[in-house]
Design a protein around this ligand. Structure first.
Ligand code: HSE
Length: 440
């Protein structure tokens, strides 16, 4: 009979408390699946007295995370405090250095220090499991690292932030304001402590950097990710997208191109009939395009205590079974440097919404500027203030009107040059709204 795996948990927020509860509740199933029991022997958190709805009797309360990390009575250190630096970082380093296995949900820490930590895990023989860091309950880390170990991946993309998808879905479906939707996401426990991290795209960027490393066998390079968030998305864009057969999603996309690996996070128009467009609310989705296989799409809950705890528990179960995958799928020394494909070289279609002077010649001027950059227009429509979209009719009116263009594939560089020229022609007011189109 193998002794139970002794687990120490630092951080008892929504996720940590749920992990304790699940281990208690599913003890028998877990021990059948792992061939041994799993026992929480020590915990720590900022407040000892806070009500968490879980029974902590019989579990030692440690004075701080480090005390658990170096405790010889603990086999597996579970870090659920968050934060890119200390105390999480030093505690994980200490745990790995003492030969323990580590399970964490900390995407910021893995994106920033993952390589250093993976090297420590390799050196001392422990596991470093972080499934919960990306896309909540969806087992995408395992899928890329183990399930697709025999397949060359060309592109991985997805909806990686539940808060943003929740906000965009409710804004579109219920006509609610950005602020109201964000408040609800916070109330439901999806949003980060600082929601700018979600809505400005940084949360997605960290997750994407991790996925890109697993997909392409490259070093995690968060600084190579181009990032735009969703705060500029207006109800007018969501309406226009619907009318034109698209839906707006915040996507993280990592793709191999001729110039290197393109990693980008931005609001994206996806065809309304595509599978990714059907993913609504807090749900996440990841699509993997691999050589010789049709794209694989994984869909599931990406945020919230239960989703994250499910992934944490699966990682603990692997440690209990003695399964130890290399954290990034290959030895750290074998990970290639990331060659960053410059965003200016990105190629794709674009949605552009401009507030244009409603005078004869305006549409012609805009079309000329695009043509000068060899940008071909797929459609151009003018929205009248009553909300209807018609073909552009440059009748004389004084106030600016929204003009919406969809282009065929072009380069980011050409698009930026064309829009600069349109702005200097003074036929539009304000800045153009630009949303990239991703077709699959
Ligand atoms: N704030 C994140 C989200 C939580 O909304 O997806 C999971 O990382």
């Amino acid at each position: 009979m193998i002794a139970p795996l002794r687990v120490g948990i630092a951080g008892l927020g929504t996720v940590g408390a749920e992990v304790v509860r699940l281990i208690e509740q599913q003890g028998k199933i877990l021990s059948a699946r792992c061939g041994r029991g799993i026992k929480v022997v020590a915990v720590t958190a900022r407040s000892k007295t806070k009500k968490r709805g879980v029974d902590l009797r019989g579990i030692r309360w440690a004075k701080d995370p480090m005390a658990i990390a170096v405790d010889p009575e603990v086999d597996c250190f579970v870090e659920l405090m968050g934060g890119v630096g200390d105390p999480a970082l030093s505690a994980i380093e200490a745990a790995l250095a003492s030969g323990k296995s580590v399970v964490t949900a900390n995407k910021a820490l893995i994106a920033r220090h993952g390589l250093k930590l993976a090297a420590l895990a390799e050196q001392h023989g422990g596991a470093l499991n972080y499934e919960a860091a990306v896309a909540g309950a969806i087992p995408v880390v395992k899928t890329l690292r183990e399930g697709l170990a025999g397949t060359g991946v060309d592109r991985v993309y997805g909806i990686l932030n539940g808060t943003c998808n929740y906000i965009l879905s409710r804004m579109e479906q219920e006509g609610l304001s950005f602020a109201d939707c964000l408040k609800d996401a916070q109330r439901l426990g999806y949003a980060e402590a600082n929601p700018s991290f979600d809505v400005d795209g940084h949360d997605t960027a960290q997750k994407l950097a991790i996925l890109a490393s697993l997909a392409f066998g490259t070093k995690v390079a968060q600084s190579a990710v181009y990032v735009e968030g969703i705060t500029s998305i207006a109800a007018a864009d969501l309406r226009a997208a619907a009318e034109l057969g698209y839906r707006v999603k915040l996507l993280g996309v990592a793709v191999r191109t001729a110039t290197g690996i393109e990693q980008r996070v931005h609001p994206t128009m996806v065809p309304r009939t595509s599978s990714i467009a059907q993913v609504m609310g807090v749900t996440n989705a990841v699509t993997i395009d691999g050589a010789g296989i049709s794209p694989i799409t994984l869909v599931g809950p990406g945020a919230g205590g239960a989703a994250t705890a499910s992934a944490v528990l699966a990682d603990i179960a692997d440690v209990a079974r003695g399964v130890r995958a290399l954290p990034f799928g290959r030895p750290v020394a074998k990970l290639a440097a990331t060659t960053k494909a410059p965003m200016e070289r990105h190629e794709g279609g674009y949605y552009i919404r401009l507030m244009a002077r409603d005078l004869a010649g305006t549409a012609a001027r805009i079309a000329t500027r695009l043509a000068e950059q060899k940008i071909s227009i797929e459609s151009i429509v003018q929205r009248h203030p009553d909300g209807m979209i018609d073909a552009v009719d440059a009748t004389k009116k004084s106030s600016p009107v929204p003009v919406i263009l969809i282009t065929y594939a072009t380069s980011e560089d050409a698009m930026r040059r064309a829009l600069q020229a349109v702005q200097s022609d003074k036929v539009i007011s304000g800045r153009p709204q630009v949303i990239r189109i991703e077709k699959n």
